[in-house]
Design a protein around this ligand. Structure first.
Ligand code: FUL
Length: 488
């Protein structure tokens, strides 16, 4: 290492450590570094593709002929290029849906892609393998990859008995060891019911809480993919938001109660808000399909969500302290359909336009109180993640005022807490100085709380100053970013 490089890295360490010195104590529960990195991805994609695509179904019984899987122009790179253009940071592929059909050449079942009519690129063993194709494309275009492996399997003869659970664990082990780094593993909550089950055609019930041996599933994933976030209704990495509209609740706490949540649990509406007094950090993920169905159906070509609808969902998910998982049903050609891709790319343009120029960047910032120089309110508009404004110990409320040099028009406000130290703010309000008075802005919904990110939309106002008052905190405030915009 050259002397200058050593000096640079030492001074870098000194400034980061300096910025953290005298920081407020974390307030549990706090996210792991992996959970923070995951939440910063904000938008990522799902792809649903399989026998359902070719049999016009959403939940196959597990009896459809593998030969019916017969794409005419399949192109996995086209998926990945499209998702990149739509600003997605990762893609989660359904490796196996409830029908049990494996999209990779699973040696554990004949019900897999090698029995289909697909004759695409071959993996290192000379077999068709959609997961291997996706891995390659993701590496080429720098997109993160995740998998969905349905615990419910309507094809497997042993479903409902221990032999199936062992099978599921072995399938999972193969996926987490052979397809490179995964950012998320998706454990669906749909469970048990009628199916083909190796020809038995009956209804099978399972004990949702215990049947799959979730502790074992988690240890398999953690052992081989320590960076992966595990999704389920109850986490432990991230949680379902309790609806498939792509909408988080107001408020939205990133906390759950450990003993109250598990995949397939009843009363899942509570997941929209989380628990203010929860004991584990499990932030919400909003999954929603760009079409009414998760799988492709030609008659839904006229029902693709518009760019404006997708932007609205972005505000209701990312803008409410959640992530936005947007599903693309791959069509019968084997591509992201042109309508879906056009709308998704236009959606990204809307978001880019809405957040083009942070109008608070040059405003003068003052605060009701600050911890010390290192945690000054000026950090709020330095655009960096790990410098933040904090109040002294014991001070759990406060306000920040931004003053503009001239009357300024705006209609968006974005706030972020420094979540590595926990989620703290319970209530806040934003006011603009208009006609000589402080007037609350009207976002058309409750202000709620903050967390990783909160975005408010309101009719354009013209103001000379903006004041944010934090009315309730679980401890000293740790706010790392406030921005305002004038969206077109
Ligand atoms: C649900 C499943 O039942 C749907 O088919 C879809 O895969 C969705 C993402 O999760 O629980």
């Amino acid at each position: 290492m050259k002397v200058s490089a050593i000096f640079l890295s030492l001074s870098f360490l000194a400034t980061t450590a300096g910025a953290q010195k005298n920081a407020p104590q974390p307030i549990a529960p706090c996210p792991s570094p992996q959970q923070v990195a995951w939440q910063k991805m904000e938008t990522y994609a799902f792809v649903h593709y399989g026998l359902n695509t070719f049999n016009d179904s959403e939940w196959g019984y597990g009896d459809a002929d593998p030969k019916t899987f017969n794409p005419s122009r399949m192109d996995v790179e086209q998926w990945v290029r499209t998702l990149k253009a739509a600003g997605m940071k990762g893609v989660i592929i359904v490796a196996k849906h409830h029908d049990g059909f494996a999209m990779w050449p699973s040696p554990l079942t004949d019900y897999n892609i090698t029995r289909s009519s697909y004759d695409g690129p071959k993996n290192k063993d000379g077999k068709v393998d959609v997961l291997a194709e996706l891995r390659k494309a993701c590496d080429k275009y720098d997109l993160k990859m995740g998998i969905y492996l349905s615990p419910w399997d309507r094809n497997h003869a042993e479903y409902g008995r221990q032999a199936y659970v062992d099978y599921y664990h072995r399938q999972l082990t193969q996926l987490v060891t052979e397809y490179g780094p995964l950012f998320e593993v998706w454990l669906d909550g749909a469970n048990g019911g009628d199916g083909y089950y190796g020809g038995a055609r009956e209804t099978r019930k399972i004990d949702r809480r215990n049947y799959y041996d979730f502790p074992k599933i988690h240890s398999i994933i953690n052992e081989h993919q320590p960076e992966a976030i595990i999704f389920s209704d109850g986490g432990p990495g991230c949680r379902w938001v309790g609806n498939e509209r792509g909408e988080a609740g107001i408020p939205n706490w990133s906390f759950l109660k450990k003993d109250k949540v598990y995949p397939g649990m009843p009363n899942s509406e509570v997941l929209q808000n989380g628990f203010p007094d929860g004991d584990i950090w499990v932030a919400a993920e909003c999954d929603v399909s760009i079409r009414p169905g998760w799988f492709y159906h030609p008659e839904e070509d006229s029902k693709v969500k518009t760019p404006e609808q997708l932007a609205d969902i972005y505000y209701r998910s990312v803008g409410r302290n959640a992530t936005f998982l947007l599903n693309f049903p791959i069509d019968r050609e084997g591509r992201v359909n042109a309508i879906d891709s056009t709308n998704a790319v236009r959606f990204r343009r809307i978001i880019d336009q809405d957040f083009k120029k942070n109008l608070l960047r040059k405003a003068k910032v003052t605060a009701s109180s600050e911890r010390d120089k290192a945690f000054s309110a000026r950090k709020l508009n330095d655009g960096k993640w790990d410098t933040f404004w904090a109040t002294p110990d014991g001070v759990t409320t406060g306000s920040v005022t931004f003053t503009f040099g001239k009357p300024t028009r705006l209609n968006r406000l974005l706030l972020q807490e420094y979540i590595p130290l926990g989620q703290r703010v319970g209530k806040f309000v934003a006011e603009a100085f208009i006609d000589g008075r402080w007037t609350p802005i009207d976002p058309g919904e409750p202000f709620g709380n903050i967390g990783y990110k909160r975005i408010l939309r309101f009719a354009t106002i013209e103001t000379t100053a903006l004041r944010i008052s934090f009315l309730e905190g679980r401890g000293p405030l740790c706010i790392n970013n406030i921005e305002a915009y004038l969206a077109p």
